[in-house]
Ligand binder design. Structure first.
Ligand code: MN3
Length: 251
């Protein structure tokens, strides 16, 4: 181990996990890991229509009650049909307003506002599309194959990864997400926190798996008990889908 690696590991160990925004053990890029990033979700998975250049709310790949008891039917229904739909609507609206500004018919003074709207609603749309796809009924457990190998390499073990991820999710301040992301330069998998839909994200890092810890994601069933929601969520993580997304990134 190099001095650099030792000092990095020492620094990481000294961090309180609860306040950790970003951490991973040092490791070389895994064999086969591409340095450039391929698109993660497909146009179909994002409801993108080339003709109209707009996004539509993708259907859930399962019924609203399919993730019971971890996530209840009413929460899923409102979350998908109201909250997620709102992000899609907000993204299309903001893109339209920016198009009007380019055409000269819009209010150029609002370019900052609509740009921020694209960031927030666009991230909200992608985050939720990814969230639904990476959950499934009768799921959970642990990953296998290449993803398991790379989780072990980046975090020490699946158990350590899960503890780190759960602690990050519990500790998100206010509304946000905990993410498992792939960072192409190092080839490491990292756990990071996101606030709102896009704040505190890491440029170039590609999310593979995230948990929505906005109160709208759990409050009906769990009220203030976010930790219980996070624990139950592991039972519905769709590892085969996460592995599929990881394979897309590695190309
Ligand atoms: Mn949400």
């Amino acid at each position: 181990m190099t001095d650099h690696a030792i000092s990095r590991r020492t620094a990481l160990t000294s961090l309180a996990v609860g306040s950790m925004g970003l951490a991973a053990c040092a490791s070389a890029r895994p064999a086969g890991a591409a340095a450039s990033l391929a698109p993660l979700l497909t146009a179909g998975e994002l409801g993108y229509d080339t003709e109209s250049n707009t996004y539509a709310l993708p259907d859930l790949p399962y019924a609203y009650n399919a993730l019971e008891p971890a996530i209840d039917e009413q929460t899923m229904t409102i979350h998908h049909s109201k909250h997620h739909a709102g992000y899609v609507r907000g993204l299309n609206r903001a893109l339209g307003k920016l198009s009007e500004i380019r055409d000269g018919s819009g209010d150029a003074g609002l370019i900052k506002h609509w740009s921020r709207e694209v960031s927030f609603h666009g991230s909200g749309h992608v985050n939720h599309a990814l969230f639904w796809l990476t959950m499934a009924p009768d799921a959970g457990g642990a990953p296998d194959g290449l993803l398991k190998t790379h989780i072990d390499r980046s975090f020490g073990s699946f158990r350590k990864f899960r503890a780190h991820f759960s602690a990050a999710a519990r500790a998100v301040e206010g509304s946000g997400w905990a993410w498992l992301v792939y960072e192409a330069v190092s080839g490491n998998l990292l756990v990071i926190q996101g606030e709102k839909q896009q704040d505190m994200m890491m440029t170039g890092a590609v999310p593979l798996l995230g948990i929505d810890v906005w109160e709208h994601a759990y409050y009906l069933r769990y009220q203030n008990r976010r930790a219980d929601y996070v624990e139950a969520w592991w039972d519905v993580v769709n590892w085969p889908k996460v592995a599929e997304l990881y394979a897309r990134i590695l190309g």
